[in-house]
Design a protein around this ligand. Structure first.
Ligand code: ATP
Ligand code: MG
Length: 879
């Protein structure tokens, strides 16, 4: 059975059991402060378990793209070394939200594995939670009984809290789980040792394939457990491991999920998979990592220098480096795998085919830049190695610095060190790394208390902010959160006009009013589907107290601010359509941000947008603004219908089955969007670009102003022009006038230069007549008139060239300040041990200044011109 068929059979099976099949959420987690990437199938359903939302069906199944490279689940370092952990993998899952429970879940998993997929029953082991007295959770008798009736008691293993009790986080839903393991060893091995002994023992052919989690408790902030009223099932099966089992392989990499990629890369490198330990590891690393990188980029996460982008960059670099070190790749190669992958996932995850060229170019650029980094790092490392004593150790901080600043990985440093008979200080490196981790954890740490529930009545949350700017609401719950800046309150209402930051549009600010008491809301954010109003108002406690007796709460947004944000958002839609007209249909959104000041928009495009193109886009947008096109807003449109109508969806955004469609002229701009929009485009007033730049390979950024902000900018610019016009009174064309002025200035400058040089020659001639012979020394000591300090220096040098045995002390007043110079013939410096530097410091005292230089020439400046003559006298007497 091919992997495509296996995936389809899984989905068909659960469909036949009444499950709704939904698409995978994007790899990059949205609106979840605890998660950078989706790392399990349940991540997109969190809210349903937390009771913050209602699922579209009580039974759901899907395949979810997961990435386990950061946070709680981090398998990165194992990937390539073992044969069954990946960075990105597909998790097949089925869910019950308060519907079926253990009996059905376990029976169906058994039916699917043994009857549909025909896996041998005598190779399957299952685990059941043994209970934990300290935590007050009992042995999972129910799961034991169900399994015993299907697989027999001798195939059940008891598991402890670490392996068989699942928790969403420090707090929240949790419960016992039951894992399914499979023994894939050959008969000979099985005869030697029972598979039961190898379960959970990190054996590469006795692996966990499926985990069934039964959420029946909630963990509170004080650590206690409360029984959940509605019990849920959450299962996750590793798709690649399942393929290994069904296709009778002993490694995920031998299945058709990976074999094409491995063969392609091996051939490119002139190697064969299976013939060398390190070459094989490298091939596995590359075959694995390219998937994570490709899908992350397709879902909108570009490699960058921070957060999620940095994680992706590091995965890419790990792959490039293994290729570099073990497969001899010196040129970019990762990008060339993309067409293969795109084809493999066509029809499953279409985002890759749709953006194939873009993904390739981003990867190519990253590869190029990292290969350059590797070269720089190698040069630096060579130097460090040369400086390290024989058999010595490279300090941990240096290894860390190479890694952190140059992106030069520590294990590569270790390898090269070893090749040179050196080692690295692993401990020191780990300490430096930990110190950095601690620093970044501190920076991002937020501590939340439990929610204080004010009303536990059931409610259907309602966002009314598309139509209303204020609303009567009930306070549902709140919590206090310690932040770096102090502390803030998070407030949840049953109904709100406050837009929570989403899809690039910032959250609303405003007030919550209770009679004559009101508190400020500074921002509104989403946590999964929960709208959180954020306040740092010192009156919050008082507000809650009063609410107990007076429940007439009214939520009001800052309408002036919202209106500007809204204009910027609608302008962004118009701009995107105009861009497609001017630059081409390849333009797709890669990042978007709208606040009250501006709209910032990142998009895929491979060259600089010229001023002319920007002008054309502006013209189109402004024409659409003047046309005053009315908003056509449709809510709850079935997604298929919206797409068929030509609506633009953004890759990496998660859409439900029903979407909101925003249209400004059906032939111009139709987008899926949850943001707020002007009732008609005329309200935007004006649109003007203010910046265009590059974000990364293949991605450009523009920033633009609208309405009042654009107008203010024009007024500012106009004021400058008017001021110029005032200065050039009577001249019709200011630009021409400025140009003429500049030309004239250039001519005059040249003339002045010539005059000055003539004048200097005259001064020199005069000075030559004033030479006094003191013994064999020719002395000149004069105050002269020169335009600047440079001229004084030039004069001194010219005199030196003309006169032997020269001892010359010059002074001048330059722009009201005294300047001094001393020049002494080289032979005098040597014979009479004269030192211009010392002499000038002495002279400078007379003009309240200081200076210095070399023994034959020195200069000084000062602040008191009246002392010039005296200074010269002093200099003269020094010889
Ligand atoms: P393991 O102990 O093997 O790392 P796990 O306990 O971390 O697995 P779960 O979090 O229960 O796994 O995830 C459910 C299923 O997802 C697992 O049974 C396994 O089949 C699969 N899975 C987990 N991590 C990975 C990974 N890194 N690569 C591929 N499949 C994985
Ligand atoms: Mg794991």
């Amino acid at each position: 059975m091919t992997s495509k068929e296996i995936r389809q059979q899984f989905l068909d099976f659960f469909k036949s059991k009444g499950h709704l099949i939904v698409p995978s959420a994007p790899l990059v987690a949205k609106n979840d402060p605890t998660l950078m990437f989706n790392n399990s199938g349940m991540a997109q359903f969190k809210d349903f378990f937390l009771g913050n939302g209602t699922p579209p069906s009580k039974r759901i199944a899907d395949t979810q793209k997961c990435l386990r490279v950061s946070g709680k689940h981090n398998d990165l370092e194992d990937v390539g070394f073992d044969t069954y952990h990946h960075t990105m993998f597909e998790m097949l899952g089925n869910w019950s939200f308060g519907d079926y429970f253990k009996k059905e879940a376990l029976a169906w998993s058994w039916e699917l594995l043994t009857e549909v997929f025909k896996l041998p029953k005598d190779r399957i082991y299952v685990s059941v939670f043994q209970g934990d007295e300290k935590d007050g959770v009992p042995f999972d008798q129910e799961a034991w009984d169900i399994w015993a009736s299907m697989v027999g008691e001798d195939r059940i293993i008891l598991g402890n809290k670490k392996d068989n009790f699942w928790e969403m986080g420090d707090t929240g839903p949790c419960g016992p789980c039951s894992e399914i393991h499979i023994d894939l060893r050959d008969a000979e091995e099985v005869a030697k040792k029972s598979g039961k002994e190898l379960v959970n023992a990190d054996h590469p052919q006795v692996v966990e394939i499926w985990n069934n989690v039964f959420m029946q408790f909630e963990r509170m902030a004080d650590g206690s457990l409360v029984s959940l009223p509605a019990k849920h099932v959450d299962t996750g099966m590793g798709f690649e491991r399942l393929c290994m089992a069904i296709q009778g392989k002993q490694s995920n990499y031998d299945t058709d999920v990976f074999s094409n990629t491995i063969n392609f890369v091996a051939e490119k490198a002139g190697k064969k998979y299976g013939e060398g330990k390190w070459e094989d590891i490298a091939l596995r690393v590359i075959a694995d990592h390219i998937r994570a990188i490709a899908f992350a980029i397709a879902d909108g996460q570009l490699p960058s220098n921070n957060k999620a982008g940095y994680v992706i960059r590091r995965i890419l670099r790990r792959a490039v480096r293994y290729g570099y070190t073990y497969l001899g790749f010196r040129e970019p190669f990762m990008h060339s795998i993309i067409p293969l992958l795109a084809e493999q996932f066509d029809g499953v995850f279409p985002e890759l085919v749709a953006q194939q060229e873009f993904v390739e170019r981003v990867i190519l650029e990253e590869e190029n830049s990292f290969l350059r980094t590797l070269e720089t790092g190698l040069t630096r490392l060579d130097k460090i190695i040369a400086e390290t004593e024989k058999n010595g150790r490279i300090a941990g901080e240096i290894v860390f610095e190479l890694n952190d600043t140059f992106g030069f990985p520590s294990d590569l440093t270790a390898l090269i060190a070893r090749e040179n008979g050196l080692s690295i200080d692993e401990e020191g490196y780990k300490i430096a790394l930990q110190a950095q981790k601690d620093r970044s954890r501190k920076d991002s740490s937020k501590e939340a208390t439990d929610w204080t529930i004010v009303s536990d009545e059931d409610f259907d949350f309602e966002f009314v902010g598309y139509d209303e700017t204020e609303a009567s609401a009930s306070l549902i719950k709140y919590r206090k959160v310690k932040t770096k800046a102090g502390s803030e309150y998070h407030i949840v209402l049953d109904k709100t006009p406050f837009y929570a930051e989403m899809g690039g549009q910032v959250g609303d600010s405003g007030v919550l009013v209770l009679g004559d008491l009101s508190i400020k809301i500074s921002d509104t954010k989403k946590e999964n589907d929960l709208f959180i109003h954020i306040s740092t108002d010192k009156n919050f406690e008082k507000f809650v107290e009063q609410y107990a007796t007076n429940k007439t709460l009214v939520a009001k947004i800052d309408t002036a601010r919202r209106s500007k944000i809204t204009s910027n958002h609608t302008a962004t839609h118009l701009m995107l359509s105009a861009m497609r007209e001017v630059l081409g249909s390849h333009i797709s959104q890669k990042g978007s941000y709208q606040n009250e000041d501006l709209t910032r928009f990142d998009f895929s495009h491979f060259s600089k947008v010229t001023d002319e193109e920007l002008g054309k886009i502006e013209d189109i947008v402004n024409a659409k603004i003047r046309a005053n096109i009315a908003l056509d807003e449709k809510r709850n449109v079935p997604i298929q219908e919206a797409i068929a109508a030509g609506a633009t969806a953004t890759f990496g955004e998660k859409y439900g089955d029903f979407v909101r469609v925003i249209t400004f002229d059906p032939n111009f701009s139709v987008e899926l969007c949850g943001g707020t929009h002007v009732p008609s485009t005329g309200q935007i007033g004006l649109f003007k670009f203010v910046a265009e730049s590059s974000v990364s390979a293949g991605v450009r950024r523009v920033e633009a102003y609208t309405g009042e902000n654009a107008l203010a900018m024009f007024e500012e610019q106009l004021a400058i022009v008017n001021e110029l016009k005032g200065l050039f009174k009577g001249q019709a064309d200011v630009v021409k006038a400025v140009k003429a002025l500049l030309e004239e200035k250039a001519i005059l400058s040249k003339k002045i230069e010539a005059f000055e040089s003539e004048k200097l020659q005259a001064i020199k001639e005069t000075l030559l007549t004033k030479v006094q012979a003191v013994g064999e020394v020719n002395v000149i000591a004069e105050v002269v008139s020169v335009p600047n300090a440079d001229a004084l220096k030039q004069l001194a040098y010219e005199l030196k060239a003309k006169i032997d045995n020269l001892y010359c002390v010059l002074g001048a007043e330059v722009a009201g300040k005294p300047q001094l110079a001393v020049m002494i013939a080289d032979n005098l410096v040597a014979d009479k041990s004269l030192n211009a530097g010392q002499i000038i410091r002495d002279m400078a005292k007379e003009v309240k200044g200081g200076g210095g230089g070399q023994p034959f020439f020195a200069t000084a400046g000062g602040s008191d011109v009246s002392g010039l003559a005296k200074a010269i006298e002093k200099g003269k007497s020094a010889v």
